[in-house]
Design a binder for this molecule. Structure first.
Ligand code: UD1
Length: 346
C-alpha cells in the first residue's frame, strides 16, 4: 500500500513541486497549508500534472487543537515533510517576532504531535543560510555554522538544533534536514512555479516579472564585491531537482537502514553563478532584453556561497541534473503561462 506523507506548506513553491514528485513515485499525499503565501488553485494544477488530487487541509500549524484533530483524522501518516514557514529575509529583520513565532512554534507543535502519534520520520526544509558567510568555498556539511545574517536565518539554525536535540532524546525520531541553496525554475508543464505575493524579493521572479513588463527595472545589488564580475555569487538549483531530493530523503527514512538520528545535506548544484551571469543567461535563452541597473548593495547579503554536494551525491545517490539554462527558461515559461492563462482565475 502507498505510504501516506504529510506535506506542510504543500501548496507553496517548493512544496507543490515536491507533492508532484511524491505522487509520481507512488506516495499518497496530504497537504496542510494555511494559504498565507499560496493559492488553492495549485491543487487543480497538481492534479492536471499527476492525475491525482492530494488531500488538502487548510489550517495553521501554530494551532495545536487543529493539529490534534488532524492527526486523529489522518492516523496512517508514515512521514512528514515540513515546508510551511516564512522566508523573506528583509521582512524577518523588520518583523522578527512574526518569524520566530511562525517558523519555530509550528515546528515544535508538529514534533509534539508526531511524538504523540508515533510518527518517526521528518524531512525538514533548511537552507544554506545556516552557514552565514562561509570562510571556505564550496561549503560542506562540516563547515561551521556561523552567525546568521537575519532572524529568518536564525529560525533555520534553531530549527536544526531542535531536530538534533529531539532526535537524540526521543529515540524513535529520525530527521533529515535538506539545506537548500537558491531554488529557481518551475515544472516543465508550466502549471506550477514560484509566485511571490507583491514585489518579489528573490532574483529570478524579479527578472521574469521585469522581462514581462510587470516591473520597470531590475536592480543588481552591488557590483563591488570581491568576485570576478563584482556581483554576488549563489548556487542556483532547479526546483524539480530539489523536489526529487525530498522523495529520496523520505525513502531513506522509511527504509530505516541504520541511518543516524539526524542527518543534514547540502542540496545545490555545486556551481556558483554571479547575478550578472544569471541575467546574461536569461537574456540568451529567452531572447529577451532585460532592463537592469547596478545599485547599492542590499543589506544582509553575503558575497558568495555555493555547495559542495559530494556528501549528498554519495549518501543519498542524488545529484542535480538540470542546468541554469533549463531552470531560467522554465521560470520564464511559467511566468508567461501564469500571467496569460491562470492569474485571472485567482
Ligand atoms: C536568501 C537566503 C536564503 C533563502 C532565500 C529565500 C541568505 C544568505 N539567503 O537567498 O537562505 O532561502 O533568501 O528567500 O539568507 N539580487 C539582486 N536583485 C534583486 C534580487 C536579488 O541583485 O532584485 C541578488 C542578491 O543580491 C543575491 C542574489 O541576487 O546576490 C540572490 O538573491 P535572492 O534571490 O534574494 O536570494 P538570497 O538572498 O541568496
Amino acid at each position: 500500500m502507498a505510504s501516506k506523507v504529510l506535506v506542510t506548506g504543500g501548496a507553496g513553491y517548493i512544496g507543490s513541486h515536491t507533492v508532484v514528485e511524491l505522487q509520481n513515485n507512488g506516495f499518497e499525499v496530504v497537504i496542510v497549508d494555511n494559504l498565507s503565501n499560496s493559492n488553492i488553485d495549485v491543487l487543480n494544477r497538481i492534479q492536471k500534472i499527476t492525475g491525482k488530487r492530494p488531500i488538502f487541509e487548510n489550517f495553521d500549524l501554530c494551532d495545536t487543537e487543529k493539529i490534534k484533530l488532524f492527526f486523529k483524522k489522518h492516523n496512517d501518516i508514515k512521514a512528514v515533510i515540513h515546508f510551511a514557514a516564512f522566508k523573506a529575509v528583509g521582512e524577518s529583520v523588520s518583523n522578527p517576532l512574526k518569524y520566530y513565532n511562525n517558523n519555530l512554534v509550528s515546528l515544535v507543535n508538529l514534533l509534539q504531535a508526531m511524538n504523540e502519534n508515533n510518527i518517526s520520520n521528518l524531512v525538514f526544509s533548511s537552507s544554506c543560510t545556516v552557514y552565514g558567510q562561509p570562510d571556505e568555498l564550496p561549503v560542506t556539511e562540516q563547515s561551521p555554522i556561523k552567525e546568521a545574517t537575519c532572524p529568518y536565518g536564525y529560525t533555520k539554525q534553531v530549527s536544526e538544533q531542535v531536530l538534533k536535540d529531539s532526535t537524540s532524546a526521543y529515540k524513535f525520531f529520525k530527521a533529515i534536514a535538506l539545506r537548500y541553496f537558491n531554488p529557481i525554475g518551475a515544472h516543465d508543464s508550466a502549471l506550477i512555479g514560484e509566485l511571490p505575493l507583491g514585489v518579489p524579493n528573490n532574483l529570478v521572479p524579479f527578472i521574469t516579472q521585469t522581462a514581462l513588463g510587470l516591473r520597470k527595472q531590475l536592480s543588481v545589488f552591488g557590483d563591488d564585491y570581491n568576485t570576478p564580475d563584482g556581483t554576488c555569487i549563489r548556487d542556483y538549483i532547479h526546483v524539480v531537482d530539489l523536489a526529487k531530493s525530498h522523495v529520496i530523503a523520505i525513502q531513506r527514512l522509511l527504509k530505516n537502514n541504520n541511518i543516524n538520528d539526524f542527518e543534514f545535506f547540502n542540496i545545490g548544484t555545486g556551481k556558483g553563478n554571479s547575478v550578472l551571469e544569471v541575467i546574461n543567461t536569461f537574456e540568451r535563452v529567452t531572447a529577451q532584453k532585460l532592463n537592469y541597473k547596478i545599485t547599492n548593495r542590499r543589506e544582509g547579503d553575503i558575497e558568495q556561497v555555493y555547495a559542495d554536494t559530494k556528501y549528498a551525491n554519495f549518501e543519498l545517490g542524488w545529484k542535480a541534473e538540470k542546468t541554469l539554462e533549463e531552470a531560467l527558461l522554465s521560470a520564464w515559461n511559467w511566468e508567461k503561462y501564469y500571467r496569460n492563462n491562470l492569474s485571472n482565475k485567482e
